[in-house]
Design a protein around this ligand. Structure first.
Ligand code: FHN
Length: 443
């Protein structure tokens, strides 16, 4: 009798008094810690790579399956896939020469093809003509060259019979599918291989929007991933809902605005992902962004206190396009001069716009001048601090006045040092990172 009472009391305690582990939100004590997240945000600039057998057709990865490319044809492209000119060291060097600090590869995109030798599906690189571990080669090259290695992994897999959808926008789910088996055996198995074998710095999830994937799966998966590596950074596309901003139910560590520059946010970490061309995967003669747009996008994301994950789509033979390599090298050349105003900085205190953006580090306030059409620039609201001196980074002194109300008026020369983004360094008499966000008047 006594034993029974004891059993009842402990059952009562466990099931009612202990806070139930929420299935809708991640417990605060297992989230990626602030120090790691600050380190990620200090990197500011990474390379995104969308690549796979679909490059044999030059159409969009995942989305062209069953559209421009019939499903049967798309799903058998891997048998022809033989990127003999793939050189992981060259890809990583291209990222490094661009000034990028991390690299994210689509290990598995929505078409379900895996770029590493997984035991959980034969739809992987070892069954292609190429038969080499692309993910492993890139992880090794990143380690050798001091670039953080990161992995893109989609939760939706239109190829796997156990995932209930087999085409984008499919209405009825496949009754023969088994989502629990897909999540708990295949997905967890693949992710365990990726984490324990390649030790990614960050996991870039995608595909959270389809019905079969639930918030409960997301929370449980976040906990599982953290049990494998408590320090791995995870984006907010593991959970359901808004990608652009972090919300109370976001599952993941940072927000992921796509093909657009995120809003100034001094509270939540965010990273814009954007293509250097138009398509994520390689497309012949795709339109490529100008150097001005590339550099100003990077400066505006940093100015908004965010990172930029900039995407290239390598070709079917394993090389990146020479014109993309050159464009990235030009970004790297700009960063060689102005990198101090991007890396390890905070964004703000002004929201970026098409005329200028600001970043800051300690007692330095950096003003990025995008337009050569203006002869002066007023920065309001710099009260309680004094500008001691100003000069273009790597260049001439800049003349300015500071009003008694703190407003600073900069006089700009007719010829700016850099046609894409000329950066002025203001040395202040106090810490620029403590300046609260300042809203510019619309006029
Ligand atoms: O569907 C994918 C798309 O193919 C691409 O991978 C982008 C990159 O962020 N994410 C999804 C679209 O939001």
């Amino acid at each position: 009798m006594k034993k029974l009472c004891l059993l009842f009391i402990s059952f009562f305690f466990l099931t009612t008094l202990l806070p139930a582990q929420s299935t809708q939100e991640v417990a605060a004590n297992i989230k990626t810690n602030k120090k790691i997240m600050n380190g990620f945000m200090d990197l500011r600039f990474g390379m995104f790579i969308h690549w796979g057998p679909v490059t044999l057709r030059g159409t969009e990865i995942g989305w062209s399956r069953g559209n421009q490319v019939p499903v049967e044809e798309y799903d058998n492209l891997y048998k022809e896939f033989d990127p003999v000119l793939f050189d992981a060291d060259k890809w990583v060097k291209t990222a490094k020469d661009a000034g990028m600090k991390y690299l994210t590869i689509t290990a598995k995109h929505h078409d379900g093809f895996c770029l590493w030798p997984t035991a959980f599906t034969e739809h992987n690189i070892m069954h292609s003509q190429y038969k080499k571990d692309i993910v492993g080669e890139l992880a090794k090259a990143c380690k050798k060259q001091g670039i953080k290695f990161c992995i893109y992994f989609t939760v939706l897999d239109w190829y796997d019979p156990n995932y209930p959808n087999h085409l984008p926008g499919q209405k009825e789910i496949d009754p023969k599918a088994n989502m629990n088996k897909f999540v708990n055996t295949t997905m967890k198995g693949e992710l365990k291989e990726l984490i324990t074998r390649y030790h990614p710095y960050m996991l870039w999830f995608d595909g959270d929007w389809e019905k079969p994937w639930t918030q409960e799966y997301a929370v449980e998966m976040y906990n599982y991933l953290k049990s494998l590596d408590p320090n791995v950074i995870i984006n907010n596309r593991l959970g359901k809902g808004d990608h652009v901003e972090m919300t109370s139910t976001s599952v993941g560590d940072y927000a992921t605005p796509e093909q657009t520059i995120g809003a100034l946010n001094m509270k939540d970490p965010w990273e814009t992902c954007m293509t250097i061309c138009q398509q994520w995967a390689w497309k012949p003669n795709d339109k490529m962004k100008s150097l001005k747009e590339c550099i100003q996008t990077l400066a505006k994301t940093s100015g908004g206190n965010g990172n930029l994950l900039f995407n290239v789509g390598p070709m079917l033979d394993g090389r990146m396009e020479e014109r993309q390599i050159q464009r990235l090298k030009e970004m790297g050349d700009w960063l060689k001069i102005y990198g101090e105003s991007i890396y390890n900085t905070k964004g703000g205190p002004y929201a970026p716009n098409d005329t200028f953006a600001t970043t800051r580090k300690g007692n330095k306030l950096f003003v990025h001048i995008f337009s050569d059409k203006i002869k002066s620039l007023s920065l309001p609201g710099l009260t309680d601090l004094k500008v001691l001196r100003a000069h273009f980074i790597g260049g001439a002194k800049v003349s300015f006045t500071q009003e008694t109300n703190g407003d600073v008026v900069i006089s700009l020369p007719a010829q700016l040092p850099n046609e894409n983004d000329s950066v002025i360094e203001f040395d202040l008499n106090s810490n620029a990172e403590n300046i609260p966000v300042i809203t510019m008047n619309k006029n």
